[in-house]
Write a protein that binds this ligand. Sequence first.
Ligand SMILES: Cc1cc2nc3c(=O)[nH]c(=O)nc-3n(C[C@H](O)[C@H](O)[C@H](O)COP(=O)(O)OP(=O)(O)OC[C@H]3O[C@@H](n4cnc5c(N)ncnc54)[C@H](O)[C@@H]3O)c2cc1C
Length: 367
Amino acid sequence: MPQVYDILVIGGGIVGLTTAIRLREAGVTVAVYDRGEFGREASWAGAGILPPGNPEHAVTPIDRLRATGSVDFPQLSAHLHESTGIDNGYRVNGGIEYLFADDEYSLELWAHEGIRFERIDDDRVPGATAYHVPDMAQVRNPRHLRALIAEADRLGIGLFPNMGIEAWHRVDGRVAGIELANGSRAGADQFLVAAGPWSERLLGPLDCQLGVHPIRGQILLLNAGSDAGPTRIAGKRYLVPRGDGLVLVGSTEEPEAGFAKQTTPSGLEDLRTFANRILPELATATVAGAWAGLRPGSPDGLPFLGNVPGYDNVFVATGHGRAGVQLSPGTARFLADRLLGRPTSIPHDAFALDRKPSVPARPAFRS
Ligand SMILES: Cc1cc2nc3c(=O)[nH]c(=O)nc-3n(C[C@H](O)[C@H](O)[C@H](O)COP(=O)(O)OP(=O)(O)OC[C@H]3O[C@@H](n4cnc5c(N)ncnc54)[C@H](O)[C@@H]3O)c2cc1C
């Protein structure tokens, strides 16, 4: 007889795995299913930029979620290193943000949360004012994902890669289980859909349409030979130097590409031009790689975190767009509380699936 778990998570990206670990730590039994290998989609592809934050003084729910990640990441990284032996590459290398006139909200946000920043003389980006943000951090996504998988395994979470969920098994109008591609079924008390941009397809049969869609992002990896210093962010483009001489250059934002995950010559050329303009010394850097990932976009830029209307045992965690890494610890805390029926520090309606459409959320986090 296959084991019946308390909670079954569909999707083994950073959101599904981090939430599964938090749930397991609370004492419930958890299984995670993925249609491919764990953590090989957007969660693997991301740049891992972690902006600083202060949850106590964050003004909006999304800022609170981001700031929670900023506070949790150092502890989570140390814990994962100790328990799995895998160093996820978390480090505070500082950042330089080039702000244009319509980015002024960042200054308010930093001031509200007491984040350290200082205006500096740097005219590499015409029309922008440069600020040094010393507490900006980063994590190396592939390493972080490996650590999460190892930790999930260590905690006894049921891990089922290469097992895609094809359909829901319903009994008396309630979801009782899932059906796999090979025709077998698995049951659980509660379900969490964390399937990135593919969540929309899974939710359709439950009469739930959120408008979650893929937004392709391309990354170019350069080898500069030595540490290129702080992270540099200008609008949607950035340079993320790893300490070992590698520099990630990101990232395009291409919703029109749909689920096509390949890089394009024009996208990569655009990134190379940006890199050379911001740091001319990168002109001699060799190309070490390139890839693309599909961010889960939502219509208003906010994630969907809550239960599916009409199905009180089916929850959703997706739509994190450009910020799923930095939002993953806060998301895991919020959803673990929701699934376990505990009070949440953020109101339920902030990220509810049936929230009223509003103006697009301000881009209070970027990557
Ligand atoms: C180029 C790029 C740069 C980025 N940079 C940053 C950054 O610097 N900082 C930051 O915070 N965020 C960044 N992001 C965003 C971040 O990576 C995403 O928001 C985050 O990874 C989303 O995680 P997820 O777990 O929701 O989705 P995913 O990683 O897509 O995971 C979903 C999983 O669900 C599985 N799945 C799908 N359908 C099924 C099914 N039917 N059955 C079972 N499993 C299924 C998939 O195989 C996949 O493994 C970046 C993204 C990209 C693409």
